[in-house]
Design a protein around this ligand. Sequence first.
Ligand SMILES: Cc1cc2nc3c(=O)[nH]c(=O)nc-3n(C[C@H](O)[C@H](O)[C@H](O)COP(=O)(O)OP(=O)(O)OC[C@H]3O[C@@H](n4cnc5c(N)ncnc54)[C@H](O)[C@@H]3O)c2cc1C
Length: 433
Amino acid sequence: MIGIVGGGISGLLLLHLLIESGRDALVFESADQPGGVMQSRRLEGPRGPVTVDLGPQRMRLTPALLEVLEALDLVDSLQRAPAGIPFTIYHRGKLHPAPLSLHDALRTDLISLGGKVRAAADLVTPAPKAGESVADALTRKLGPEVYRRLAGPLLGGLYGSDPAQMDARHSLVPILRRTGSRRSLIAGLLRAASWERAPVISFREGMGALPSAIARRYADQLRLGEEVRSVSPSPGGGFRIESEGGVWTVEQVVLTLPAPRAAPVVTASAPEAAARLAKLRYNPLAIVPLVTSVDDLSKKTGSGFKMTMDEPAATRGVTAHEALFGRQGLFTAFLGGMGAEAVVDLPSEEIEALATADFERVTGADATPLLVHRTWMPAWDRSWAALDDLTLPRGIHLCAAFSERPGILGRLENARRLLAELEGRPNARVPSN
Ligand SMILES: Cc1cc2nc3c(=O)[nH]c(=O)nc-3n(C[C@H](O)[C@H](O)[C@H](O)COP(=O)(O)OP(=O)(O)OC[C@H]3O[C@@H](n4cnc5c(N)ncnc54)[C@H](O)[C@@H]3O)c2cc1C
């Protein structure tokens, strides 16, 4: 029996893969509902009921994910975004389509001619290196203008983190390695853009449909409302999982929790690892779903918009669910992260007012906020140095969003790799998509 601590999407995907491969596993989840940050709600909006996502907003339908969705009978409730909708960047009073191809980069008016010429230095300058901040690496290679108007908002938005606080070795270097580009960020980005052909998807019931389906399928292997307090070696071999509901003995344990939650769980069995895990920083974020009364606004915003680093706004990015999944008038604003964490501490009415004002300024359209949801994201900043030489007792494994590629596809890849390891195939090739 394998004990999985945490019933977010990492723990649930792993549970699915383990059971499908004929192994026995049990998930312990402290909340009363499964899914962790991956939650959706049906809310009453000014234009009628609407499905909102309170965590991830979308993912790509890769072959590995399709296999999972087919096994869970989820294919019929898939929603596919139309191909090729650009996202936009707000700069000096105007939304610009993000230039993500060479053709668009040469023509965009988001970047001046001087900025474009400066960005060509990327081709001849050394690759980002360990110890260099992401902000410094992007500025050195692409120039300050491309960093502040395009690359910074893109990367900072992806991680919800401040590029000046992120060490290139934890984010940029692995991204570049994944694209196969040795030194050029532009070549890597163009290559990644050409791979990203897999359709962008969600579900009719929102992203929460995926964890809900796994939880329904394996209800007997899922213990909800059961917070794990500690994991320690069992005198007879294996591990004791002590939870609110009692004590369980399992052969191996997989931790899928956020690092600050994993630390106290392993304090007794691995105090040094616990101290390291406790050091990792997470950025608070506020999510505000907004409904506008204006039709077809996404013709202007594309699949959503990001702010340049110079834009004085509390909102860092907005997703257009209308354009992606036909949810009429629905946009979701993200505030906080990227060095602007303090905004998340404001009262909800003030956060709603900031999100609405930013939205109205950028789009010229009205908006009604539906709620404020506070969440967090691993910062992938310099505090990640604490993971160097992290060792856990043999038989305790990590399959967590802070330890490997974040994002749902990263979580699936991590679970597939761990499954191969548990089956004694540590060198098995796990496709990255
Ligand atoms: C706002 C936001 C937007 C995102 N957008 C996208 C996106 O559009 N596309 C994408 O691919 N990815 C996106 N991501 C990333 C992706 O959602 C996450 O990487 C992924 O959902 C993390 O899942 P997880 O299971 O690792 O962690 P979590 O979801 O944090 O799950 C961990 C679980 O452990 C439980 N737990 C904690 N302590 C204990 C304990 N002691 N005992 C038992 N259980 C415990 C928690 O209750 C929780 O359910 C986004 C993330 C956020 C926060």
